[in-house]
Design a protein around this ligand. Sequence first.
Ligand code: HEC
Ligand code: HEC
Ligand code: HEC
Ligand code: HEC
Length: 468
Amino acid sequence: MSRPLIFTLRTLQVLAAGLALVALAACGERPPIVTKQLGYRGTGMEQNVNPRLEAVKLAANQAPATPDEASPDGPKASEVYQNVKVLGDLSVAQFSRHMAAITQWVSPQEGCNYCHNGENFADDSKYTKVVARRMIQMTQHINQDWQKHVAATGVTCYTCHRGNPVPQNVWYKPADRKYTENSVMGDLAGQNIGAKSVGLSSLPNDPFTPYLLGNQDIRVNGNEALRMTGAARNTHSTKQAEHTYGLMVHMSTALGANCTTCHNTRNWQEWTNAPPQRVTAWYGIRMARDLNNEYIVPLTDTFPANRKGPHGDVAKVYCATCHQGVQKPLYGAAMAKGFPELLTLAKPASALPAPLVDAMKTVMYFDIGSPLLQGPQAAGMAQVIATLQATPGAKVTISGYHSAAGALDQNQELAKQRAFAVRDALTTAGIAADRVVLEKPLSAEANLAGEDPAARRAEVTVTTAKPK
Ligand code: HEC
Ligand code: HEC
Ligand code: HEC
Ligand code: HEC
């Protein structure tokens, strides 16, 4: 039979033990914890690791095997394919190897058609292909220009994507949170939410917008202790301090590293006694900011709405995007060196030929996708203008050409714009508009590869009235 519940010392003991267990479970980490010394003895610079969880992380962060090298011989991709703008210098075999690799890294379930229209591989109508082309350039830029961070280890698409079209660790600006509508308590500033982005702490949940998109000061301390006035006074606000700590918590969790991996906690600010990892991290902050501003944000309009966050922004890069809980992504596996095409920025598409200039006919060339008459090409206009000025009865016919690659309606529009560019150059030079005849846009001869600059041209032919 049940006895009435009486609080004895015994029940209190049981309750306390239970509470302790609940508290431990809430930490999410069952022992054992092992402590590794990182710094000089007595400085308290240590890393706590849990060998059981380390083993799980190790298994989850292995680089895939590198496929065999492909032959560099044979025709180049730019000669064989129609719409290759970045990897044109690869041989066809190398190009195919690259396509197979990015499929494994980014869309292994969906296959080639995640980026391609299976009917026409040259077609750019899927946004994923347009994004992927820019991602290739971004990866090249990281490996070439950010070696102060990624060293010779470098990155591939797999470093971030791990077989997912959208990397698992990305950030958006979080939705605004208010206490209540019109609350006198104002804006929550993203605080006291216990957001995962800041390790479930009460810190502001978006320390990324100020530092990994903007370039605000990541500072808490002033340059001198207790200095309230003068040049060395501390102008950093409490809010800045909170954002700084929020970012630091993200950096620690992203790398699975204690604060002491980068700081001698005797003095957070000081660099001279800090481990070298802090310098690498300093470059990492600048790199993430650069990637977001130069590569990811400019793709905003390319992404469909369902890929955007509550503020309409695209998913962006932070430390966790590459690191995924590990101090060196993929435990430092140097997988990039197996893909030399990702190590340096591809040279810009081959230069345009000089314009063909003749008294009665001029041919000028345009960059891929561009309707602008630029640089030396614009100089081709001088002869046409001179002929027209010297021969008052003469007229000109302008034909704009486009390449056979890509969507026909877009191409025709482009050819039209090219013809307009020539016409505008003529009228600007004072040639009467009724002397200029525009022809319908023309597709370049079918045997021209999409990359052949001859496919992107405008022809201007001078016609004189027949003598009576
Ligand atoms: C993650 C996106 C992505 C996946 C997946 C992908 N490709 Fe591509 N593919 C591209 C991009 C981007 C280009 C253009 C490269 C450039 O401009 O240098 C391209 C170009 C091509 C071209 C050249 C077409 C032309 O005429 O211009 C071929 C052929 C091709 N890919 C084949 C494949 C095959 C086969 C697969 C599957 C094994 C595949 N691709 C998977 C992104 C992808
Ligand atoms: C530094 C990390 C990083 C690297 C390296 C990287 N990506 Fe991405 N990628 C991203 C981020 C962030 C997004 C935006 C996520 C989204 O789609 O909203 C993205 C999006 C994409 C998308 C669009 C997917 C979709 O469904 O919206 C494609 C395709 C893609 N990347 C291909 C590539 C390819 C190919 C490479 C290697 C040449 C590559 N990425 C390298 C971070 C990276
Ligand atoms: C991966 C390396 C790394 C880790 C881990 C790290 N920090 Fe930092 N910390 C930095 C870098 C780099 C800066 C300087 C950033 C800058 O100036 O752009 C910095 C700056 C700071 C500052 C500002 C100091 C000043 O000048 O006012 C404080 C405070 C700080 N960190 C605290 C922490 C705390 C607390 C943790 C653990 C939760 C931590 N950090 C974890 C690298 C790290
Ligand atoms: C584009 C991918 C990428 C991003 C984004 C990235 N890292 Fe790294 N990081 C790497 C690679 C690759 C290495 C390994 C370099 C090497 O082998 O020395 C590395 C190394 C480091 C190291 C040195 C570790 C050691 O023990 O020597 C630190 C510290 C670090 N990253 C911090 C950060 C921080 C902090 C951020 C975010 C502000 C960040 N990283 C963002 C790719 C990245």
